[in-house]
Write a protein that binds this ligand. Structure first.
Ligand SMILES: Cc1cc2nc3c(=O)[nH]c(=O)nc-3n(C[C@H](O)[C@H](O)[C@H](O)COP(=O)(O)OP(=O)(O)OC[C@H]3O[C@@H](n4cnc5c(N)ncnc54)[C@H](O)[C@@H]3O)c2cc1C
Length: 357
């Protein structure tokens, strides 16, 4: 019998597998994709996410951005600036392969699966039937993204919100001439981003309206307005799981982590930090549990602070997208800009940024 089986080898699953294997547990990580695999994601790693990785990412950083240009719906653009990086640009294909390899080096086993057929819970273990083979483990972590099968099969009594996001690449001659940008000036609830990388720009759109799709045409129209000479390619899209702040992601022997539990923040769609943080918290709950406290109970306790921060982001989302003029007026004060830039660069939680000078 395994100690844990983890479904999904994104940041949440690989992060949990690493810590469980490092803690001496027998852990199997399964994913329906062969790695390296493409994943719809801009690969922007905030400093707080960067510092959570248990291994060095330096060689995988394509660019460090110290400035974020913000284009508000009305009025002039402004910049958040910091001497320390505000964001590290990476490629998810490479980052996820690295994280998986590191978990395997620690002792986790990885297996590709075509289909999860069933998941059964027993008093003392869980059983996953995948491709006709039975996997028995003491605990299960569902880290299978926003469309989580584990969440649906295991009867978690909540739905999450799914915010669509699309990304694409634009090769440019001098990516260094471009800044990291969040652009709120286009119609619709959401924003466009421009992330400069090593030899191209990653551009994308995040919709703050869950459940509704985003048309590819919107992104290509945006590209032709902003970068009329350039050729846009490699469109990818996927929903981002949000809204899980008010839910308990642990139930007995089954724990949901990352987007599967709706743990991305809903203002801008940052999910890697919360996926990794929750995956690590799930692993810790399994390592710490005993006869009195189940991992589910412990996990829900460990997640309280993260969920509180996510609740603040949910309030921020209402503020940002319902009352954009008030939001950007607030952000137009240099002192507020400094506070956010400094807090983000330090990797602070939103609570800390708002409450500590
Ligand atoms: C276009 C776009 C841009 C984004 N940009 C950023 C960004 O710049 N910064 C940031 O922080 N966040 C960003 N995000 C959000 C971020 O990608 C997610 O929040 C993050 O990947 C969640 O990690 P996860 O481990 O929970 O799930 P995922 O990364 O989605 O991993 C889930 C894994 O589970 C596997 N899986 C799914 N179903 C099954 C199944 N049935 N059986 C087996 N395996 C399964 C999948 O193959 C996948 O490998 C972006 C998202 C999108 C869509």
């Amino acid at each position: 019998m395994l100690d844990a089986v983890i479904i999904g080898a994104g940041p949440a699953g690989a992060g949990a597998a690493f810590d469980l294997a490092a803690g001496g547990r027998r852990v199997l990580l399964v994913d329906r994709k062969k790695f390296p695999r493409e994943k719809a994601c801009a690969g922007g790693i905030t400093p707080r996410a960067f510092s959570l990785f248990r291994f060095d990412l330096t060689g995988f950083v394509l660019r460090k951005c110290r400035t974020l240009k913000i284009r508000p719906p009305r009025g002039r653009s402004f910049r958040l600036k910091s001497p320390a990086p505000l964001c590290y640009m990476t490629r998810r294909r490479d980052l996820d392969l690295l994280a998986l390899n590191k978990a395997v080096e620690k002792g986790a086993i990885f297996r590709g699966v075509k289909k999860i057929q069933s998941i059964k819970r027993f008093p003392n273990h869980v059983e996953v039937l995948a491709d006709g083979r039975r996997i028995r483990a003491l605990y299960l972590i569902g880290a299978d993204g926003a469309n989580s099968l584990v969440r649906r099969i295991c009867g978690f009594d909540f739905r999450i919100m799914k915010n669509p996001a699309l990304e694409a690449e634009i090769p440019v001659d001098r990516p260094k001439d471009h800044e990291m940008e969040f652009d709120f000036s286009m119609p619709g609830k959401g924003y466009y981003w421009v992330f400069p990388r090593d030899d191209h720009l990653n551009i994308g759109i995040y919709s703050a309206l869950p459940g509704k799709g985003v048309k590819l045409q919107l992104l290509s129209d945006y590209a032709s307005i902003r970068f009329p000479e350039a050729k846009i390619n490699s469109f990818k899209g996927y929903p981002i799981g949000t809204g899980g702040y008010c839910r308990r992601p642990g139930q007995g022997r089954v724990l949901l982590a990352g987007d599967a539990a709706g743990l991305a923040e809903p203002c801008f769609g940052e999910g890697i930090y919360f996926a990794l943080k929750s995956g690590q918290a799930a692993a810790r709950a399994i390592l710490d549990c005993g006869p009195i406290k189940t991992p589910g109970t412990l996990y829900n306790q460990y997640m309280k602070i993260i969920r509180r921060d996510l609740m603040l982001y949910s309030l921020g989302k209402i503020f940002l997208y319902r009352f954009p003029s008030v939001f950007f007026k607030f952000l137009s004060f240099p002192l507020i800009q400094q506070r956010f830039a400094r807090g983000y660069a330090r990797g602070d939680s939103l609570m800390k940024i708002l409450t500590h000078p």
